[in-house]
Design a protein around this ligand. Sequence first.
Ligand SMILES: Cc1cc2nc3c(=O)[nH]c(=O)nc-3n(C[C@H](O)[C@H](O)[C@H](O)COP(=O)(O)OP(=O)(O)OC[C@H]3O[C@@H](n4cnc5c(N)ncnc54)[C@H](O)[C@@H]3O)c2cc1C
Length: 590
Amino acid sequence: MPTYRAPVDEVMFLLRDVLHVERYNNLPGFAEASPDIVEAVLAEAAKFCEDVLAPLNRVGDKEGCRRHPDGSVTTPPGFKNAYGKLVAGGWVGASAPAEFGGQGLPTVLTQAIREFLYSSNMAFAMYSSLALGAVAAIYSHGSAEQKARYLPKLISGEWAGTMNLTEPQCGTDLGQLRCRAAPQPDGSYKITGTKIFISAGEHDLTDNIIHLVLARIDGAPPGTKGISLFIVPKFLLNPDGAPGERNAVSCGSIEEKMGIHGNATCVMNYDGATGWLTGEKHRGLYAMFTMMNTARLSVGVQGLALSEVAYQNAVAYAKERLSGRAPGGAKFPQKPADPIIVHPDVRRMLMTMRAFNEAARALVLWTALKGDISRRSGDATEREAADDHMGLMTPVIKGVLTDQGFANTVAAQQIFGGHGYIAEHGMEQFVRDARISMIYEGTNGIQALDLVGRKLPKDGGRALQAFFAEVSGYIKEADAAMAPYVNPLGQALGELREATRWFAQNAPGNPDNAGAGASDYMQLFGLVALGYMWCRIVDAAKASSATAGVEDKLVTGRFFMERMLPATATHLARIKAGAESTMALPTDAF
Ligand SMILES: Cc1cc2nc3c(=O)[nH]c(=O)nc-3n(C[C@H](O)[C@H](O)[C@H](O)COP(=O)(O)OP(=O)(O)OC[C@H]3O[C@@H](n4cnc5c(N)ncnc54)[C@H](O)[C@@H]3O)c2cc1C
């Protein structure tokens, strides 16, 4: 059975030494989160994830969710009990606004806890993640009455939430959406249609489930401009706010799927269910984007989380499994063979995972901190800059961290040889669970298009220019001793700038050039961002008073610069090749 230890020390190092979170004590909620408190909260979360959730991960995978003839769904054994503990611990809405019962803790802290939750049991953690997405949407777009009715229970975790976009005929292209909303005299709507693949659409963990549903009001324009967002509770609320009559929404079936068996993926039937418009009419996609951006970052964290837990188990196995001798002669002559960790090819995989995990965690927490600044700062310029960063990094974190996170679960499985392919060690579950993170919340191809098509040109390229200015400013001022890190970063940044210029010159006349190069651009961008994180990590490690672990960071950072960052040149070459050979074959030739 796999084991898991939450990387509390790593998170503390990032918060304290790399991000200097104490500098933000002027932001609401930050002063309360003193280093001692943060460490205690992380330790408590770690204990819950390690002792309660990790042992249930295999159970959830084997038992899965069950739908009963009446449409109810039972989660795997142990999930309900663990969910009760999650709620009792106040973990669900720890960062949510205090005015609705949250604790207002910085997201930079709770995002770290999300990683622990996903590493220990991704399928379980998704139930509460979706509730947080619903909180974000209602908080930003709901009326005062809607906020008062739904937010406290969603934030406490007593109720769960879902997001209902996908229909049988459309997932990416929501302009084709057919679900209908018929206006009623009392101001409510009757929602009719079928949604598919709805995560946590039905389950037994909470007293109520608040569905956020995209639908088209009768007579609305076609395409994405005619879509509105509705709140559709599983149980309608009584005047006192308690769940009352059952609404006309039900789970028609649950999908059999590759992974995350502990999370119910439901077909949801809306048969004239009562719903209420939230946000503006026909601006539902815009409102849903609030939820999707929260969710996209969270899905990026899933990639990191599964990479981390897979790495931890691969390291343990590589130290135990004996096979062959080190190329330069036996390292453990007293043993019948050396442990496989002596082999450079095994090291290559372990170092790749390690170098990715540490920088990806830094990127996630840096971006979470920007999220806090964008919501909590009193300075409008600072808020705008932080918001720019979030918009730019969201597709990068979602796409790059899940692509590489999945690749890392495969590498960890590889380290187990045949023992990784069989179920006993749990490594194949990580591979299966990680795979969905590249698909949902917008496939990674769509993240790349969002980055290139929307985020780069937005506001005249303001966000991108700010990122370039930050990284090149850092490079200019870096200490000469940082050359082994800063020089490769400078080269990679140059390649990213060149790719950006190439798009500016070659995409307007031929949009296929942007489409064909977008995924490479996203990966190139991610490598530069991770490389920058490594420079900051190395700087912090050198400056830190700690002696343990400093050299490990310098070496791991060097591995990233020498063995991972050079992939930027390949991405640039592919981008500059343009779309011609990709698009030349006629459809019939396939
Ligand atoms: C386990 C699971 C859980 C899910 N949870 C939810 C949920 O809670 N709520 C919800 O609403 N949905 C959910 N989904 C749906 C998920 O978000 C969609 O499957 C995903 O967005 C892709 O949509 P699709 O499956 O219709 O694929 P399609 O949109 O048909 O795409 C197929 C392929 O074509 C590519 N493609 C499509 N359009 C374009 C384009 N314009 N340009 C370039 N490439 C394109 C895509 O990248 C993809 O590779 C879930 C799915 C699964 C499997």
